[in-house]
Design a protein around this ligand. Structure first.
Ligand SMILES: N[C@@H](CCC(=O)N[C@@H](CS)C(=O)NCC(=O)O)C(=O)O
Length: 221
């Protein structure tokens, strides 16, 4: 993508994607007027659209991608959230919560995302007939270790950075929402602090606008 733009441009799909974490950031920050959303669905049957997106914006063709006014591009959702929070000076943690802020944004983007991708592929895309049960079980076991740890971490906190809702909750909130819509939420149902955290996020206006319970699988059929 070349040239200069007066607006930030975000390539994303409106529901059920990594794009939701930055949508929540955008909506909460009230910066939607500075942002043009370009609808992009990686499985779009319009091959030319997907190819030009890969060529000009995101080499992997995945979403989201944020293109800045000067044409520079950010192609990782966690980095988009960090960038927007920093740029607009909102959804940032109080100083004493900086460690938790970075820890959980990076953990959600790297370690947790990997588990979720595998589980999504095995459970939602392949389904019971074709799923690789070993991989699915391994990832579900790994998720359980995360869930116990995160459940304990959340005790006594409304959000990741204490009482303050930050961009870390937008990034982690996406993964928790994702977990809650796969297989009737079996990954998180046994963890009361995670459920409380999820319900707290769900009750927020920005999350209501950004996330839906539309079955993820429907988008890939
Ligand atoms: N690590 C990337 C993951 C991006 C990603 O996998 N996005 C999914 C949507 S949630 C996608 O575009 N999938 C389409 C595909 O893999 O073809 C990020 O967080 O930005």
């Amino acid at each position: 993508m070349r040239g200069r733009f007066s607006l930030l441009r975000i390539w994303s799909h409106d529901q059920g994607s990594h794009g939701e974490s930055h949508h929540a950031v955008n909506k909460k920050m009230g910066i939607m007027n500075n942002m043009k959303t370009v609808e992009m669905f990686p499985q779009d049957p319009d091959k030319e659209k997907v190819e030009s997106y890969k060529r000009d914006v995101h080499p992997h063709g995945t979403i989201p991608a944020l293109v800045l006014e000067d044409g520079r591009t950010i192609i990782e959702s966690g980095a988009i959230c960090l960038y927007l929070a920093d740029r607009y000076g909102r959804l940032l943690p109080e100083k004493q919560w900086t460690a938790e802020y970075y820890n959980w944004i990076m953990y959600a983007s790297i370690t947790l995302d990997e588990m979720m991708e595998h589980l999504f592929t095995q459970w939602m895309l392949k389904g019971p007939e074709q799923e690789d049960k070993d991989i699915a079980q391994k990832m579900a076991d790994k998720f359980k270790v995360f869930a116990e740890y995160f459940n304990n971490f959340l005790k006594g906190k409304a959000f990741i950075c204490g009482d303050k809702f930050t961009a870390a909750d937008c990034v982690m909130g996406y993964n928790i929402w994702w977990a809650s819509v796969m297989r009737e939420g079996c990954l998180i149902n046994d963890w009361p602090e995670i459920i409380r955290y999820r319900d707290g996020l769900k009750s927020r206006d920005a999350f209501k606008q950004a996330f839906t319970t539309q079955p993820l699988q429907a988008q890939y059929q």
